[in-house]
Design a protein around this ligand. Sequence first.
Ligand code: PAF
Length: 280
Amino acid sequence: MLIFRTKSDIQRHLNAFNSAENKIGFIPTMGALHQGHISLIDESVKRGLYTICSIFVNPTQFNDKRDLENYPRTLDSDIQLLEKSGCNAVFVPSVEEIYPSEDTRKFSFGNLDSLLEGKHRPGHFLGVAKVVSILFEIIKPDFAFFGSKDYQQVLVIKELTKQLNLPITIVPCSIIREKDGLAMSSRNTLLSETERKAASLIPELMKKVKEWKGRGLLISEIKQKIETELAKNPIYKLEYFEVCDKTTLFPLNELTPNIKPIALIACFVGKIRLIDNLEL
Ligand code: PAF
């Protein structure tokens, strides 16, 4: 696997590349790689694409400085994991390489900016849009793969690609879960043993939502039950739980047959903020 640290090096490599014969599959990451990331690489490799991964902890998408400082950084083991996957090349730029000067661009994603993650992490999607557009510009992939745990991020990136008119197919991939159902996330490594055990309640509750919906409960009743369950243990701090329209993410007050619903949750377990979602 080739390792590139600068834009000019990876671009020189890609310029010599026969893009008519080889299509590029790209997996942008912030490192601390786990099986969820590897499943994205597998998806690209399975499609016969020249597979490039990037590892870059993007400072502009963190609205909390401490969160940025604490974000796990495990470059050596990431590279080992990538070597074993079918990844062809990895791009590991520095902050100066991606942002040689302040990126003052603005993007607007309508409701996506102000709902759920957009509301609770102001500026987060602006930072994601900045870095993803820069990485897309450098790598010029044909396909880019993203995990559906960050469901709203996938919608934002699809919208970004549309707004910038980029010829890139965005491929959302299924959430990969631990044995107890917890959605894989780089942040899971930051949980203490007690928090890790407690975290499994989140996917359990999401499963129950499906069951409650099946039993005909109203969305307001489902929300109430989620709040009650999480309030039983002070380790949890619910940030939001919503049932939304799958395509617009507009929160729903009632279920109607013509709208496909998705349940989304963000909840602190101790100091660690976890998110999950389930199509209903
Ligand atoms: O999902 C992530 O890990 C990040 O938001 C991304 C897409 C790599 C941008 O920094």
